[in-house]
Ligand binder design. Structure first.
Ligand code: S6P
Ligand code: ZN
Length: 193
């Protein structure tokens, strides 16, 4: 029996472009975040307010082959973070804990340069350097965020449990306790006051 390509729920194949990291197929969902949609996340809020709120910070392509909340399923996504800075702080994703705290995740870098910022619950933030081919295991109970420290787009693939969910509130209110800042041309994780 000849093999069939993977199918999305709508019956069309889901394809990944390994060069670009992007996904194609009818079942792929897209979302994006602009600077205007990320208030209070960057260390220098007034610098953010001086920039065009329409500026794109990142986009996500998402394949959810099962309903969100399904136990035992897996999701797949591609995130594209634009190059840029708010003051000295690199463009980054919002960052989150999973709603079901103990759920882990994989990230894999396919383009660009960046940093994965990890903060265990009740612990201190640390960074893992991201560049072509780096593979990152995000343990459960750990907030995660990605910053683009390069001059080109940063693209990474992710896979995580379909019941993980998102908790953005804790990060919106308390952040990661540290910010990834450019100091003498190099990314440094600086503790927040
Ligand atoms: C989901 C996974 C990623 C992020 C994406 C955007 O568990 O970690 O798909 O959703 O990178 O980041 P954020 O923090 O806005 O969800
Ligand atoms: Zn996640």
């Amino acid at each position: 029996v000849p093999g069939k390509p993977a199918m999305g729920s709508s019956g069309t194949p889901i394809l990944i472009d390994w060069q670009a990291g992007t996904l194609a197929g009818n079942a792929v969902e897209q979302s994006s975040k602009t600077l205007g949609e990320l208030p209070g996340l960057f260390r220098d809020e007034s610098a953010r307010q001086r920039l065009d709120p329409e500026t794109l910070v990142y986009r996500v392509q998402l394949w959810q082959p099962v309903h969100a909340g399904t136990e035992g399923g897996l999701f797949w996504g591609t995130t594209i973070v634009e190059p840029g800075k708010v003051g000295a702080e690199y463009f980054m994703t919002h960052g989150h804990f999973h709603h079901i705290r103990n759920r882990g995740e994989y990230y894999a870098t396919v383009q660009g340069e960046g940093a994965l910022i990890l903060m265990p619950e009740g612990g201190q933030a640390r960074q893992e350097i991201m560049s072509l081919g780096t593979l990152h295991y995000i343990p459960g109970n750990t907030a995660h965020r990605v910053a683009n420290t390069g001059k080109t787009q940063l693209v990474f693939l992710a896979s995580w449990p379909s019941d993980a969910g998102y908790d953005y509130d804790l990060i919106r209110h308390s952040g990661f306790g540290a910010s990834l800042i450019e100091v003498n041309g190099k990314p440094v994780l600086v503790p927040n006051p």
